[in-house]
Design a protein around this ligand. Sequence first.
Ligand code: HEM
Length: 149
Amino acid sequence: MNHHFLLIVHLICAAIWVGGHLLLVFAYLPKALREKNQHYILDYEKKYEPVGMSALVLLVITGILMAYKYGVGIESWFHFATPIEKVVSVKLTLLIVTVLFALSAQFRVLPKLKNNPGALPEMGFHIVSVTTIGVVMLILGSFVRFGGI
Ligand code: HEM
């Protein structure tokens, strides 16, 4: 597939993933904490989840396809040997951390949060962590055009 097309899809999905999480951090999370009302978060998550998860899946697919076009195939991942491979390997590592946070939120925190606003700080920690990682992944991506890290 054409690299430019993959990059456009990657950028749209990055906007959805990072933008959606920044909205959560700067608009819904403070409101939920202030009013001790977890439903701001739960309602947003319900609407955002299908869009956000589709964006993340497309980020991974387009990212891996572009990595191959840069000559960074699966056999070189996690060697941290060349500048662009380093970007790809750090991004894949952060992707694994993101998935772990998502699983922890889904199976540990969200069930508690449904009936108990006391779980808001723990949910907030998950949200801020995933958002920060998303921003770092975006910044890392921007290094590719400068030759990597
Ligand atoms: C939350 C997840 C991700 C975000 C927010 C993200 C964001 C970005 C952004 C903003 C760029 C910059 C493109 C440019 O400079 O024009 C980029 C490039 C890139 N990303 Fe990602 N990315 C994510 C996940 C991934 C994953 C999982 C991979 C694959 C391992 C990946 C591989 C790449 C590659 C190879 C480029 C360079 C494309 C190019 O400049 O030609 N990304 N990414």
